[in-house]
Design a binder for this molecule. Structure first.
Ligand SMILES: O=C(O)COP(=O)(O)O
Ligand SMILES: [Mg+2]
Length: 225
């Protein structure tokens, strides 16, 4: 039986590591920002593990070269704020250069759209980058709501953006799905009462997504249709 038989009233998608592989451009921007501050650069493998808690935490981890850099550094530190500003500048310039959709994403979104399923993006990425990236990949027609990591007072793993989305579409959270690659997506889904769906091909801080105990794991978004 198709998953669609349990027809969700809303599907919320994570962006980085779920719809798009954005690591190469994020790594370019982080390393250009580090170079501007004469700090040592990081490998793409390290940066992949540091994605998923938003851009400020990403630069804290890169500055400290540590998976827990947000606990070892202070957002008020002038080096961190300078690194963040340089990151925003460089990522603004390179955000679409090497970023691509994962296989099956476009087909799945198109088919869900044809089924008239309401869809939202709930990402921890700064909101300003989301619209332009979706547009450049021709994914901008599918989503009735886009929430970035800086749109609301809280971001994933907090349930607020998911509850906000359910309210926006006037639907009950228990009839909504959250699809993501990170434990933050699964934690937010569980806290909000959404059905949680993990994808195994994303980043998830170097751990298998199964460790976050999602309700379901799908290898490709095609399985959702
Ligand atoms: O910016 C990040 O840290 C990751 O964003 P995501 O929530 O779309 O995975
Ligand atoms: Mg993600």
């Amino acid at each position: 039986m198709s998953l669609m038989a349990s027809r969700p009233q809303l599907i919320a998608f994570d962006l980085d590591g779920t719809l798009i592989d954005s690591v190469p451009d994020l790594a370019t921007a982080v390393n250009r920002a580090l170079t501007d501050l004469d700090a040592p650069t990081s490998t793409e493998d390290d940066i992949r593990r540091w994605i998923g808690n938003g851009a400020q935490v990403l630069v804290q981890r890169a500055w400290c070269q540590d998976d827990h850099g947000e606990q070892l550094s202070d957002l008020q530190d002038p080096n961190i704020s300078a690194l963040y500003e340089r990151f925003l500048y460089h990522y603004g310039a390179c955000k679409g250069d090497a970023t691509r959709c994962y296989p099956g994403v476009k087909t799945a979104l198109q088919q869900l759209h044809e089924h008239s399923i309401p869809m939202a993006i709930i990402t921890n990425k700064p909101e300003r980058f989301v619209g332009p990236i979706l547009k450049s990949l021709q994914l901008d027609d599918y989503f009735g709501l886009i929430l970035g990591g800086d749109t609301l007072a809280e971001r994933k793993p907090h349930p607020l953006p998911l509850l906000h989305a359910a309210q926006h579409f006037d639907v009950n959270p228990t009839h909504c799905w959250m699809v993501g690659d990170s434990r933050n997506d699964i934690l937010a889904a569980k806290a909000a009462g959404f059905f949680s769906i993990g994808v195994p091909y994303g980043y998830n801080h170097g751990e298998p997504i199964e460790a976050a105990r999602p309700d379901l794991v799908v290898d490709s978004l095609i399985s959702l249709v």
